[in-house]
Design a binder for this molecule. Structure first.
Ligand SMILES: [Ca+2]
Length: 514
């Protein structure tokens, strides 16, 4: 009955009946899919220029393929997660911003794989408002999730969801629950799809107890654009509210407690909730780690650029400590796979979008600029993908649903709009897209970033902030930091026209409403 119902639901979204195939366990590989939240490319040492070492994440790259031009379609959490699940752009799947509710009757790769005989499980961050569909087992963080003593909602085989609070640190707990699932719930007679979705390193960048002492004496290099004045670029760049200098809060974001009697503003008003979730022992370790630095900072009374520099360093240390927590925990799960004859499991590691680590003076994401558009994407597929291989093709989060379905030998619905990465992973040279489409919608909204759409090719990027009708054109091979807006520059007229034409073509292809 459940099968028939799903078939009806799926076909109401225009799929072909041949999408539902019988299980073929011999040819269907096990898959672990790590999705992390806001992991910038600059914080993963499998890529060049990383700020830190991530030896465990690097294991995935060494064992498989590193994608060097992986991008998203819409650089914000819930929309990107929905693109990954459905293989469709935001205007098709309906989750255009973080306020949207995901309609879970849409075809997703987990649902199709469940129907094809996979045992499916999801553990960690979900953030799509509706409860997950297509999973035999799910245990998701409530909303954004908390770093300490996080609350989860759990359902097994369609049972009514039950709320649980787990003591400890979110990244450690998510890994414990994932390993517990492998140990206790895995059906040894069926292939599995296991989604391990971490909350970290999302704002408010609270490190785990095991990472608190890292980087104490490290001074991280500042990006050259930390004090960017956004001259020559659109007013979208100069009117955003995501600067480290003015929009990053000492208590909420940087863990500097306010002095007694201080008047709290903005997110600092509720920031106590972050640390109040710790138990006494965790809180004591936390205070011991931060007190001395915090006291010295308070006494120093820094202003202007010196204050921004201090904030940048504290931000980097805590953000990168969160990443080290991810790295340690991914290592634990990889070890489990190796130690339990599951070393042939496909492992996928990616982020829902990139993140600004001080570039242009910012944190957060949303813009089509490189630091938020691009994501780390590592895939190891033992026996299929060459070890330590690399791809420079323009791939997107849009491609993941068809890729995972392709790995399992399942034909994707015609509704899906990406391209399977399977031929690339097999070392073939498929005809590939020469430009990708991007569209950000959340305005007015947090951080005040104007709506925009655009295309990126191997060398150029054209962005249209259409509600204020302003354009930007970048040649990031010659200007990797995207500081010079070449729009309306006569020297680039030909390129500008070609990019505009291509943008029109892509919008038609993806059925973007006029
Ligand atoms: Ca995110």
């Amino acid at each position: 009955m459940q099968y028939v119902l799903s078939l009806v639901l799926l076909c109401s979204f225009g799929c072909q009946t041949n999408t539902l195939q019988q299980p073929n366990t011999l040819q269907q590989p096990n898959i672990v899919f790590f999705l992390v939240d806001d992991h910038a490319l600059k914080a993963l040492s499998a890529y060049e220029g990383s700020l830190i070492e991530t030896p465990n994440l690097d294991r995935i790259a060494k064992n498989g393929m590193r994608f060097d031009a992986a991008c998203v379609t819409n650089a914000i959490c819930a929309p990107s997660r929905t693109v990954i699940l459905t293989g469709t752009h935001s205007h098709i799947n309906g989750v255009v911003d973080n306020g949207s509710r995901f309609d879970p009757t849409q075809p997703t790769f987990p649902l199709l794989m469940q129907e094809a005989g996979y045992q499916t499980a999801l553990i960690g961050k979900w953030h799509l408002k509706s409860n997950p569909v297509g999973f035999d087992y799910w245990e998701i963080l409530l909303g954004q999730g908390q770093y300490y003593a996080p609350e989860f909602l759990k359902s097994i085989d369609g049972s009514d969801p039950v709320k649980n609070t787990h003591d400890g640190y979110c990244t450690d707990i998510t890994t414990d629950l994932t390993i517990d699932w492998l140990r206790e719930h895995r059906d040894r007679d069926a292939p599995f799809l296991l989604l391990c979705h971490h909350k970290a390193p999302h704002r408010t960048w609270m490190p785990g107890p095991n990472q608190l002492e890292l980087f104490k004496d490290t001074e991280f290099p500042e990006p050259e654009t930390l004090f960017d004045d956004w001259e020559g670029r659109s007013t979208a760049a100069s009117t955003q509210e995501m600067t480290i200098s003015d929009h990053m809060y000492l208590w909420h974001d940087l863990m500097v407690p306010p002095e007694e009697g201080a008047i709290l503003e903005g997110p600092d008003k509720w920031a106590h909730g972050n640390v109040n979730r710790m138990n006494d022992s965790q809180r004591a370790t936390w205070d011991e780690s931060f007190d001395e630095e915090n006291n010295a900072f308070t006494k120093s009374n820094l202003k202007g650029k010196a204050l921004t520099r201090w904030k940048y360093q504290r931000y980097m240390k805590n953000y990168l400590r969160c990443i080290k927590g991810i790295d340690d925990n991914v290592g634990r799960l990889l070890d489990y796979l190796e130690e339990n004859n599951l070393e042939n499991t496909i492992v996928i590691y990616m982020s829902d979008q990139g993140f600004f680590l001080g570039e242009h003076g910012w944190y957060d994401k949303r813009f089509m600029y490189e630091p938020s558009l691009r994501i780390p994407l590592l895939i190891s597929w033992p026996g299929v993908t060459g070890k330590g291989s690399k791809s420079e093709l323009l791939v997107q989060n849009l491609d993941m649903a068809q890729t995972v379905l392709g790995m399992a030998g399942i034909t994707p619905p015609t509704r899906m709009q990406g391209e399977s990465l399977v031929p690339i992973l097999k070392g073939e040279s498929p005809n590939w897209r020469d430009a990708l489409y991007y569209h950000y919608y959340e305005y007015p909204g947090a951080h005040n970033v104007q709506k925009h759409e655009g295309i990126r090719t191997e060398q150029y990027k054209l962005i249209h902030y259409y509600e204020i009708d302003e354009w930007e054109l970048f040649d990031f091979e010659n200007d990797p930091d995207e500081m010079q807006n070449l729009y309306a520059n006569p020297k680039y007229a030909k390129i500008e026209n070609a990019l505009k034409q291509k943008l029109v073509t892509l919008k038609l292809e993806y059925k973007v409403p006029k």
